[in-house]
Ligand binder design. Structure first.
Ligand SMILES: [Fe+2]
Length: 361
């Protein structure tokens, strides 16, 4: 059943009725039942908010996390956690996560991810997917700042490509798998830190635990550069963020935003529509470029839009998106959308930009 009342558009996100603000009110992320509401006022035009359900922003680069320490968790629920970590040189211990798969995203720096499947060189903008149980060590050639997304229990999978075909989003040949490499064989003690139920156990070996003769199979760590991500776009109408899905976990998805041409049809919205993401909490990590739909957001920051309250473009973004010569987006960002509400760790509250909820004024 489909109803209409009053003013509305023929095509969502195109030719909005004069003076209105379009809101997409949908279920199941962007897949479920959906309606569009044409507001006479911007839904983000609140005068103030009293309570916890508010848009938030955090300066992750201000998190005090000594190099080669464990990741500092910023946001978490029972399915997934998101944190940041700094690495420099060879981490003086090996790691193994018994709780779930991990995805590390190199925001700055680079080096080699050494694993018991071989080594994967990586640099800025690389996703590193490390399945549960892999033993690994980071060996970074410069100070490296990484975002860490941990799945609790269920495997991280590639998205279903459906009708766009198996070579869309990213080609299988864009995936880099480990190559065998000469490991450090100096005599001495090698420490493996196993994380189980969040607790660390240290196991010591008289040999390098990454010293292997070979491997075969379809379970292994892998890397993908955000530069190799190919978003699905339409030149006529703005598509929902789900077309940028890069990895899928149970209870969450990870999406990549990369530079793309802007919509061309006159009257088309070129910035994300207002919405109140009622079934998913939304977290966006700003990696690089010019984040033109949000004022005062810089690389290294995170925005967090919980379910229940609207978000959408900042007031000037709509105009700016149609300014002469503006033909492309120029932003790289990583999005984590979670089915269950996220909790905010103190480490995040300590680096919060308290004025974010007022930034639509
Ligand atoms: Fe959103």
């Amino acid at each position: 059943m489909y109803y209409t009342r009053g003013k509305y558009t023929k095509q969502a996100h195109v030719d909005l009725p004069d003076g209105t603000f379009e809101e997409q009110h949908g279920r199941d992320g962007f897949f479920g039942p959906v309606s569009h509401i044409y507001h006479n006022h911007a839904p983000t035009g609140w005068t103030r908010i009293e309570g916890e359900c508010r848009p938030r922003a955090f300066y992750t680069d201000r998190v005090e996390n000594p190099a080669n320490d464990e990741a500092t968790t910023l946001l978490y629920n029972n399915d997934v956690s998101l944190g940041v970590v700094r690495r420099l040189g060879a981490t003086p211990y090996f790691e193994r996560n018994a709780d779930g798969d991990e995805m590390w995203f190199a925001h700055t720096g680079g080096g080699t991810l050494e694993t018991d499947y071989g080594f994967i060189p990586f640099s800025k903008g690389d996703y590193l997917v490390i399945p549960r149980g892999v033993t690994y060590r980071f060996n970074c050639s410069s100070e490296t700042f990484l975002l860490v997304i941990q799945s609790f229990g269920t495997p991280l999978k590639q998205p279903d490509r459906g009708m766009v075909g198996q070579y869309s989003l990213y080609d299988v040949t864009a995936i880099r798998v480990p190559e065998l490499a000469e490991v450090d064989k100096t005599k001495g003690e090698y420490e493996v830190r196993v994380k189980r139920e969040g607790e660390i156990t240290k196991i010591f070996y008289p040999f390098n635990p990454l010293d292997i003769a070979g491997w075969k199979g379809n379970l292994f760590p892998w890397a993908l550069s955000i530069q190799d991500f190919c978003p699905v776009i339409s030149h006529r109408a703005h598509l929902p963020p789900s077309v940028h899905t890069t990895l899928v976990g149970s209870g969450f998805v990870v999406c990549s935003f990369v530079p793309r041409p802007l919509e061309e049809t006159p009257g088309a919205m070129r910035v994300p529509f207002y919405h109140r993401n009622i079934d998913f909490d939304e977290v966006l990590f700003y990696h690089d470029g010019d984040f033109f739909s949000r004022d005062n957001i810089k690389a290294g920051m995170i925005t967090f839009h919980p379910t229940g309250i609207h978000h959408g473009p900042h007031p000037k973004a709509m105009e700016k998106s149609w300014s002469p010569g503006k033909t492309h987006t120029d932003e790289y960002a990583v999005m984590l959308d979670t089915r269950r509400p996220l909790k905010i760790a103190d480490a995040a509250r300590n680096v919060e930009w308290a004025g974010y909820a007022d930034s639509w004024k």
